[in-house]
Write a protein that binds this ligand. Structure first.
Ligand code: CTP
Ligand code: MG
Length: 228
């Protein structure tokens, strides 16, 4: 089934501390945003992309999309203070007749068409699905540098993007979160709180989010491995 994609790219990359926002950092000579957009541009099932940028970077983003000739980027819209607001602004621009929408962070450039396909198939069946991988580390709840609790790892999954939803579900979830003043760390959490079930699809450990500078080292290694 065809899907639309909202790509939030309006953050400042504070934890990366690179002096520029993360999507402009180059990996093997290509900006992170290009790595990310290439995947959706190439996927025949992707019907259109709404790109969300910060107000100050909108012009830069327009130029970038033109230079790289991303034909599927239908609109570039200004984001908000928080990621959730940026996604909400993007969702408002997805055509009403779209059935399925994916939300995918610009800062996760190692996503594959294969993973997207598996996610889409699941979301078509269930309404909402996310990519995730089992947590490898032992996770403890800590208060003031003291362990409060060791959490049973067998039920813990680290959730990634893309996250895929029926458009009507994720729009309602964002509308309700907005009117309730609820701020979540991903889109699925907003969907969960309106009582919808969210399915998990096994993701790929390479689908990392570039967050701190050490992720760039790993990211380069992933690209080199894929180049063969
Ligand atoms: N994002 C966004 N609008 C915001 C904040 C984040 O569109 N107000 C986007 C980022 O551009 C990124 C994705 O959401 O592609 C995931 O967010 P994160 O990894 O937190 O990126 P930043 O917010 O840029 O980084 P930091 O939190 O370190 O400042
Ligand atoms: Mg952030």
């Amino acid at each position: 089934m065809n899907y639309w994609t909202v790509i939030p790219a309006a953050g400042q990359g504070k934890r990366m501390n690179a002096g520029i926002s993360k999507q402009w950092i180059e990996l093997l000579g290509k900006p992170v945003l290009a790595h990310t957009l290439d995947v959706f541009e190439k996927d025949p099932a992707c019907a259109g992309i709404i790109l969300v940028g910060s107000e100050q970077e909108l012009q830069q983003m327009q130029n970038f999309v033109q230079t790289f000739q991303y034909t599927k980027v239908r609109q570039i819209v200004p984001g908000g203070e928080e990621r959730q607001q940026s996604v909400y602004e993007g969702l408002k621009k997805v055509p009403e007749d779209a059935d399925l929408v994916l939300v995918h962070d610009a800062a996760r450039p190692f996503i594959t068409i294969d993973s997207i396909g598996q996610l889409v198939n699941k979301a078509v069946d269930t309404g909402s699905a996310v990519l995730a991988v089992p947590v490898k580390d032992t996770v403890k709840r800590v208060v003031q540098h003291q362990v409060e609790e060791t959490i049973d790892r067998s039920s813990l999954w680290a959730v990634q993007t893309p996250q895929a939803f029926r458009l009507s579900i994720v729009k309602r979830a964002h509308e309700e979160a907005d009117s309730d003043g609820y701020l979540g760390t991903d889109d699925a959490s907003l969907v969960e709180r309106i009582g919808e079930t969210v399915a998990i699809v096994m993701g790929d450990y390479h689908n990392i989010k570039l967050t701190t500078s050490d992720d760039l080292l790993y990211g380069q290694a992933i690209l080199l491995e894929r180049q063969g």
